[in-house]
Design a protein around this ligand. Structure first.
Ligand code: SF4
Ligand code: SF4
Length: 112
């Protein structure tokens, strides 16, 4: 089991999650973060920290696509452990449907 970052992180990237992870398993894309499924120890402390409710356990139904995306992107994006400011448009995009199709970027973020 692992936790995964899902669609509502896209274009929000609040980053509250990265500082609480005891094993530093968040990786940064241009407009979202992912969790490395092989590094996550399933502690669950990040889930309630996310203002966008974008972190879920992979035991929830229907998250297979997100589990695969977290794995694929964690292998190519840089590690991130220090919180920076959320994206300027975070509030406006929080909760918007269809963010993956419209806005997902496979480009890497800055990392630490
Ligand atoms: S706190 Fe939530 S919205 Fe922010 S980067 Fe982490 S998963 Fe994404
Ligand atoms: S569940 Fe724990 S180990 Fe996994 S990403 Fe969240 S804080 Fe890190």
């Amino acid at each position: 089991m692992t936790y995964v970052v899902i669609e509502n992180c896209i274009k929000c990237k609040y980053m509250d999650c990265v500082e609480v992870c005891p094993v530093d398993c968040f990786y940064e894309g241009e407009n979202m973060l992912v969790i490395h499924p092989d590094e996550c120890i399933d502690c669950g402390v990040c889930e309630p920290e996310c203002p966008a409710e974008a972190i879920k356990p992979d035991t929830e139904r229907g998250l297979e696509k997100w589990l695969q995306l977290n794995l694929d992107m964690a292998r190519s994006w840089p590690n991130v452990t220090v919180k920076r400011d959320a994206l300027p448009e975070a509030k406006a995009f929080d909760g918007k449907p269809g963010k993956f199709d419209a806005y997902f970027s496979a480009e890497p973020g800055k990392g630490d």
